[in-house]
Design a protein around this ligand. Structure first.
Ligand SMILES: *Cc1c(COP(=O)(O)O)cnc(C)c1O
Length: 754
């Protein structure tokens, strides 16, 4: 059977093997779009709208081929014509519609909603340049617009348009759709991305990611999370949020009416899951639309809205809970601002106390989470620990008021992308070993029987080796770096943040550098790989990147150390890079300060691909340990209760830890002559001073325990059989972390789609 050959003739009047990679890519996109259009939209009375500021969806070509069930066929036909699917996929730009775990979660969820055959769309914004494209120069992070729209992509322009009334002007939106195909499904959903025709990339100052923040019609969808270090930037974010949710609200009301709703019964037709607080303004916007466009009373509009909107909380960092000055909301949308005041008054009338749950505070600032919790019907955390901390501390006063409204839904990942597509070698091995049912039900537990099967363990090792070679090729092509594919691959990839503690791993690298210099050579060479972007305004995070890049250079140029230790920082970490990293890793670094990582999902991608987790007792790591078994993970560090107490009592003193004989030389090395010779003194000193005087996220508190467990882990790696058994136990018990399980839980506990 050939699929592509006739299309090549039809569209290019040439045979497949005569086409360029770009032409083959265009052909495949067209094929996918046509097949997608043949599938009906999933239907049901009630539909879920997953509204999110980000969707980190990754490249779609392979994903769509896989879900359409033509992946193997197309791959074989391409190979017959001397193409590889990989080189064709290189023609696709990764959509820059998201940036981190929250956006990736949204992407996994829309994949699972469609793969379970449920009616539900993602709703967000069509950013032209995403967060930014990261590149390194002088061992520091630099920025470029992350351009992805030009050329052939999977967006389809729809004819739907809505008017969004801002305080001083009204703009008309344009809607783009991306088809969301479920795995081997007979229907489809969509990702609905709103944009403005007037947006103009020309207003970006050449060579920067800066632009005039007040030209809303020209700048609104240029970037995700535009710089908010001044009032104009903050207002721009409110403009974006309101534009997103006004469109979402108008869309869902229109679609509900089309399905037969009389609007009074809207909650029987639509449920909105808001991904963190960015879409919270959908609450007052729904009230506005229901009262002004659908002649519903204010009281009834509030009741309807309350039955439609559910909130997912993603953070316990108090400083990350979103607030906006009322004056900004008034500048963006005075009508919605007035409704927020009414909602606040209603709430205060019933619940004058405590202050912690109020929507508008004494400084006339709006607390978005308070709005979402008080006027939504569900609040959920994203791991067991996170939900417990919300109930016991961060959102305690809300929990006391609405105990039944709280849910705990541990995050998950789609196995289609993170196992089937990312790791074809392991997927085939699984098929051969336990059959193919896991592709539908995510159940990998039958693998446990092969724990003592030497032949199987050898095959598992072979798969890892092949993936290390693939990672090496990716790094060579991406940034001209070669790694030792016989080394232990030890990976920490995620946004750069002090609570995630990349700086703690950097201090370990200094420890190891000293040890090797002192003659203690590791039995197996070690490659430590970082990846992740730092927010442009987050100075210490930039300094951490600078430290790591300097260490990488120092070690690479030291012939005594470089045969045993290599440090790599992957440039512009994204879904594409992740695909190579999760599958090649031996060690998954999940070392956040306990209580600070709500869940993590990178940890799950590593687990299902057979990396062994090095973990603190934080987020979903705890559940990973429970499922994999304590013998099959490595854990260390202070636990959440103790850390929460330290914050409450101001009990942590970095200087005290710094004085330890084991720690002081490591920290001092940051500002040593060797480092100052290659790095920037200001940046290195600033980081050094921060660590010894503040260390807000307590890197030093767990550093000694971290060093011990890392040494044990590297030593244990030399017992290859035992290591592969641990890898196997991780894979076999990863089924719980499938996002299909999570979406079933959302549906049973919150959405109730029929
Ligand atoms: C999974 C993923 C994340 C989230 O990683 P965490 O370790 O959970 O913070 C971020 N970025 C990309 C590209 C991912 O694939």
């Amino acid at each position: 059977m050939t699929i592509l050959q006739p299309l090549a003739q039809q569209h290019f009047n040439r045979s497949l093997d005569e086409l360029s990679n770009q032409e083959v890519y265009q052909l495949l996109v067209q094929l996918i779009q046509e097949r997608a259009k043949d599938l009906p939209l999933f239907e049901g009375k009630k539909k879920v709208y997953y509204v999110s500021a980000e969707f980190l969806i990754g490249k779609l070509l392979s994903n769509n081929l896989l879900n359409l069930g033509i992946f193997d066929e197309v791959k074989a036909e391409l190979e017959d014509a001397d193409f590889t699917l990989e080189e064709i996929e290189a023609e696709e730009n990764e959509p820059s519609l998201g940036n981190g775990g929250l956006g990736r979660l949204a992407a996994c969820f829309i994949d699972s909603i469609a793969s379970l055959g449920l009616p539900g769309d993602g709703v967000g914004l069509n950013y032209h340049f995403g967060l930014f494209q990261q590149y390194f120069k002088h061992n520091s992070q630099f920025y470029k617009p992350d351009e992805w729209l030009p050329g052939t992509n999977f967006l389809t322009k729809s004819s739907l348009q809505f008017e969004v009334p801002f305080t001083d002007f009204t703009l008309t939106s344009t809607l783009y759709d991306i088809e969301v195909l479920g795995y081997q499904q007979s229907g489809r959903n969509r990702l609905r991305l709103f944009d403005l025709d007037s947006v103009d990339p020309e207003i970006i100052e050449p060579g920067t990611i800066s632009f005039d923040k007040e030209k809303i019609a020209e700048n609104l969808t240029l970037f995700l999370y535009p710089d908010d270090s001044d009032a104009e930037g903050e207002k721009l974010r409110v403009f974006q949020q309101y534009f997103m949710v006004s469109n979402a609200a108008q869309l869902l009301i229109q679609e509900a009416i089309e399905r037969g709703s009389n609007v009074h019964d809207l909650a029987d037709y639509a449920v909105v899951q808001i991904n963190d607080t960015h879409p919270t303004l959908i609450i007052p916007e729904l009230v506005r639309l229901l009262t002004t466009e659908h002649e519903i009373s204010f009281d009834e509009a509030v009741e309807i809205t309350q039955n439609v909107v559910a909130f997912t909380n993603h953070t316990i960092l108090a400083e990350a809970l979103e607030t906006w000055p009322m004056s900004y909301i008034e500048a963006v949308t005075s009508d919605v601002a007035a409704i927020i005041r009414q909602l606040d008054e209603r709430f205060k009338a019933e619940h004058p106390q405590p202050a912690s749950i109020q929507i508008i505070d004494d400084n006339d600032t709006v607390h978005m989470a308070s709005l979402a919790i008080n006027y939504g019907f569900s609040t959920n955390g994203v791991s067991q620990l996170h939900t417990d901390i919300l109930k016991e501390s961060t959102l305690k006063d809300f929990y006391e008021l609405y105990p039944d409204q709280f849910h705990g839904l541990t995050n998950g990942i789609t196995f289609r992308r993170w196992l089937m597509m990312a790791n074809p070698g392991l997927s085939t091995l699984l098929d051969e070993t336990i059959g193919k049912d896991w592709r539908k039900d995510s159940d990998l537990s039958a693998l446990e029987q092969f724990k003592d099967d030497d032949a199987f363990l050898a095959k598992l090792a072979d798969v890892k080796q092949v993936n290390k070679e693939a990672l090496n090729q990716f790094l060579q092509a991406n940034q001209d770096v070669t790694i030792n594919t016989n080394s232990i691959v030890d990976v920490q990839v995620k946004r750069i943040h002090e609570y995630k503690r990349q700086q703690m791993l950097a201090l370990y690298i200094i420890y190891k550098y000293f040890a090797i210099k002192g003659g203690q050579k590791p039995e197996t060479p070690i490659t430590i790989i970082f990846g992740g972007k730092a927010a442009p305004a987050y100075t210490i995070a930039q300094d951490i990147i600078h430290l790591i890049l300097n260490l990488s250079e120092l070690i690479a140029n030291d012939p005594e150390v470089s045969p045993y230790l290599q440090v790599v920082f992957v440039e512009n970490y994204n879904v594409t890079a992740g695909t190579y990293l999760f599958t090649a890793a031996d060690i998954s670094e999940q070392i956040s300060l306990a209580s600070k990582e709500a869940s993590g999902t990178g940890n799950m991608k590593f687990m299902v691909n057979g990396a062994v987790t090095l973990m603190t007792w934080d987020g979903a790591n705890i559940e990973i340990a429970e499922h994999a078994g304590l013998d099959n993970v490595y854990s260390f560090g202070r636990e959440a209760q103790e850390i929460v107490k330290l914050y409450d009592t101001d009990g942590y003193n970095a200087a005290e830890y710094y004085e330890h004989d084991t720690i002081k030389p490591l920290v001092d090395f940051i500002v040593s002559d060797e480092m100052l010779a290659i790095g920037d003194e200001e940046k290195l000193r600033r980081l050094y001073n921060d660590i010894i005087n503040k260390d807000y996220f307590m890197a030093l508190i767990d550093l000694e325990a971290f060093i011990d467990v890392k040494e044990k882990m590297y030593a244990d790696y030399t017992n290859q059989k035992a290591w592969r058994q641990k890898a196997l136990m991780n894979i076999a018990n990863a089924g719980f972390f499938s996002s299909d399980r999570v979406i079933k839980e959302y549906n049973e506990q919150i959405w109730h789609l029929d």
